[in-house]
Design a protein around this ligand. Structure first.
Ligand SMILES: [Zn+2]
Length: 210
C-alpha cells in the first residue's frame, strides 16, 4: 500500500539520523528554538524545510492554500502568537510560489462551492485592490505570477496590522517581516517585499495604546 512506504521510509530516516548522531532525537526532544516562522502554501511542491535547507528545530511552519493571512483565522493567529511571543522568532516569512493553483482558481469566475469560494474570495480582494496594474498585463501566466507577488506583499502588510506584530515591534524591535516567492521552475526564492519593525503603515491600522 502506498502509505506503508511512508512508514518504512520513516524508519529508515530515523535509523540514518541516529547513525550520524546517536544523541540527535534526545537533543531535539528537549529543544525548540527556531529563528523563523514560515507562512507558506499547502502545495506539495513547496516544502519549507527542503527548499531552505533548514533542519528540524530551525523553522516553525504554518501552511494554507495560497499562504493567506486572514485576521479572523484562529489557526494562523495562534501560530503567529506562539511563534512571536513564546518562541521569540526574529523573522516571519510569507512565501508564495509562481504557478499557485489557489491564485489561478481565484482568477477564474468558476463556482468552487461554499468553503473554497469563501477562502478564494480573499485573493479576489487582492486582485481587486491592484486591478488596474493586473488588467494591463495581457499574458495570462505573467498576470498570475504578478498576482502571486502582490498577494505575498498584501499578506505581509496584513501581518503588520495585527496587534501581535505591533506589540513585538514596540517592545522588542522584532520580528522582520519578509515576502518571498518561490519558483517551481527553477527552485529559486525571490525576495519581493520586506517590513522592518516600526515601518510606516496606514494610520488607521496602528494601535497607539499597546
Ligand atoms: Zn499554492
Amino acid at each position: 500500500m502506498p502509505y506503508e512506504k511512508l512508514l518504512l521510509e520513516n524508519k529508515a530516516w530515523a535509523k540514518e539520523m541516529l547513525a550520524d548522531d546517536p544523541n540527535y532525537f534526545n537533543r531535539l526532544a528537549h529543544l525548540q528554538t527556531p529563528e523563523f516562522l514560515w507562512i507558506g502554501c499547502s502545495d506539495s511542491r513547496v516544502p519549507a524545510d527542503k527548499i531552505t535547507g533548514t533542519q528540524p528545530g530551525e523553522i516553525f511552519v504554518h501552511r494554507n492554500i495560497a499562504n493567506l493571512v486572514i485576521h479572523t483565522d484562529v489557526n494562523l493567529l495562534s501560530v503567529l502568537d506562539y511563534a512571536v511571543n513564546h518562541l521569540k522568532v526574529n523573522h516571519v516569512i510569507v512565501c508564495g510560489h509562481y504557478g499557485c493553483g489557489g491564485i489561478k482558481a481565484a482568477m477564474t469566475n468558476h463556482d468552487y462551492k461554499y468553503v473554497l469560494n469563501m477562502w478564494l474570495r480573499n485573493i479576489k480582494d487582492v486582485y481587486s485592490l491592484y486591478k488596474d496594474e493586473l488588467n494591463a498585463i495581457e499574458n495570462d501566466e505573467q498576470k498570475t505570477d504578478r498576482l502571486v507577488e502582490l498577494n505575498v506583499k498584501e499578506q505581509v502588510m496584513r501581518l503588520a496590522k495585527t496587534s501581535i506584530i505591533q506589540r513585538a515591534w514596540k517592545n522588542e524591535n522584532r520580528p522582520v517581516l519578509h515576502g518571498w516567492v518561490y519558483g517551481l521552475k527553477d527552485g529559486i526564492i525571490k525576495s519581493i517585499f520586506d517590513l522592518q519593525p516600526g515601518d510606516e503603515m496606514d494610520p488607521i491600522y496602528k494601535y497607539d495604546d499597546l
